[in-house]
Design a protein around this ligand. Structure first.
Ligand code: CO
Length: 234
């Protein structure tokens, strides 16, 4: 019982240290990330996993005065590093343990070679150069819905079909802190909707078609007699 209470209080501590209450100054909050007793501190170089309270909180806006700060540019740098290390297409700050409204997306041309042409076309995939949004807002510009399989690096090892809108417009600040807007459609609109959900503590599993939820390595589990592990580190 004592152990349980101890664990709960640690979880509570962790919630406090990774969220940004309105009354707390950004700098004080940021410094506290580095001064707790925890040995591995955010911004992490791995993806936080479902269960981590940081993935379920409502991320705070980056205060205007800090948009161009060293701290925020370090967070963005780390997000891009993790995005590319895991070879994925989108990342939100809570996924590296930072409860701030920042997303980064990148859809490389090279992915086309890794997928069957029919899949690439059906999902309406197109190249998207590295795009960073600070304090982004999303508006839907085409309400037609499309259902395709989707995964998330914070729900490692699984996938499911999810309905997303055809086209959206993102507005916010770019990496340099300048106001920017971007219209996205097809798969890139899907990435934007997925990453925006992360900022509100939502995961694709909250609105997936549950009957399509699969372990991505279920066939290998059979062929390898169960000797398969889902990697959380790359
Ligand atoms: Co995700």
């Amino acid at each position: 019982m004592l152990l349980k209470i101890h664990i709960l209080s640690r979880v509570h501590e962790r919630c406090l240290s990774t969220s940004l209450p309105a009354a707390q100054s950004f700098r004080k909050w940021y410094q506290q990330l580095w001064t707790t007793e925890r040995t591995n501190l955010p911004p992490y170089d791995h993806f936080t996993q479902v269960g981590d309270p940081v993935l379920r909180g409502h991320a705070a806006d980056v205060p205007t005065d800090y948009v161009k700060s060293k701290e925020v540019s370090e967070i963005v740098e780390q997000m891009v590093k993790v995005l590319r290390k895991y070879n994925c297409v989108g990342i939100a700050a809570p996924q590296i343990g930072i409860s701030l409204r920042i997303i980064a997306m990148e859809f490389k041309q090279s992915i086309q070679k890794e997928l069957p042409e029919a899949t690439y076309k059906a999902r309406r995939m197109t190249e998207l150069p590295l795009t960073v949004f600070i304090n982004p807002q999303l508006s839907v510009t085409n309400y037609t819905k499309h259902k395709h399989p989707e995964g998330c690096m914070s729900v490692r090892g699984y996938s499911a079909e999810v309905e997303r809108y055809e086209a959206v417009k993102l507005s916010g600040l770019n990496q340099e802190g300048l106001p920017t807007e971007l219209e996205l459609s097809g798969w890139n609109a899907r990435i934007a909707q997925h990453e925006m959900d992360h900022l509100d503590g939502k995961l694709y599993i909250d609105h997936m078609d549950t009957s399509t939820f699969i372990c991505t390595c279920w066939e290998t589990v059979n062929t390898k007699s169960g000797r398969v592990e889902i990697p959380f580190y790359k």
